[in-house]
Ligand binder design. Structure first.
Ligand code: FES
Length: 204
């Protein structure tokens, strides 16, 4: 089934972040205002199927270092195409020692096929739910190295503006921040080299 897919560029996401963050903080994550009226016009069974439906993402035009946001189960999900610099950073011991769970030992935070050093099926692509594991805000994408406001040790990652939690570009949480666990990797699979389906797993 081909579902409604909302591709949003990083720039567009920046503009919408305040609204999404405020919505998430109230316990209604992401696009509740968009989805609910649509669902209200459907029968209960149709609405339930649509709300839980998998989402297909065409990544054929995603450049290295770019990230898009899609919606799955009314939650924002990032698809990041990581470049070689990012992948190297994820493996550095200097970065790993900053992390609370560098080996993704908390099994609830990812499917078993993403329990590896890149938290991914294909190391080049990160697919991760964009909801902070502290209280549900949407973190900001901060891929730059050592920016002034985040400090010299910042390896690129996600910064949550609500209470300062930090995650690397595999969604792994830093030590000594409010968020207790890594960001959640949803179930997903590659249908082709350039088509990801979020919400289903191979052989599931
Ligand atoms: S919600 Fe992200 S740090 Fe609190």
């Amino acid at each position: 089934m081909v579902e409604e897919t909302l591709n949003i560029t990083a720039e567009q996401m920046q503009r919408r972040r305040f609204v999404i963050t405020a919505t998430a903080a109230m316990g209604v994550i992401g696009t509740g205002g968009i989805v609910v009226p649509f669902l209200a016009s459907m029968s209960p069974s149709m609405a339930a199927r649509s709300a839980g439906a998998p989402v297909q993402v065409d990544i054929s035009r995603l450049q290295a270092g770019e990230q898009i946001t899609i919606l799955w189960r009314s939650q924002p999900v990032w698809v990041l195409r990581r470049n070689e610099t990012i992948l190297q950073k994820l493996k550095e011991e200097n970065v790993r020692k900053l992390l609370l769970d560098p080996d993704s030992d908390v099994v609830s935070q990812q499917p078993d096929y993403a329990q590896n050093e890149f938290r991914a099926i294909n190391s080049e692509y990160l697919v991760v739910i964009a909801i902070c594991t502290h209280l549900g805000c949407v973190p900001t994408y901060r891929p730059e190295l050592a920016p002034e406001d985040l400090g010299a040790a910042w390896p690129g990652g996600y910064f949550c503006p609500c209470h300062g939690s930090r995650f690397d570009l595999a969604g792994r949480v830093f030590k000594r921040v409010p968020a207790p666990t890594n960001l959640v990797i949803p179930p997903y699979q590659f249908l082709t080299d350039t088509l990801i389906e979020v919400g289903t797993s191979k052989n599931a």
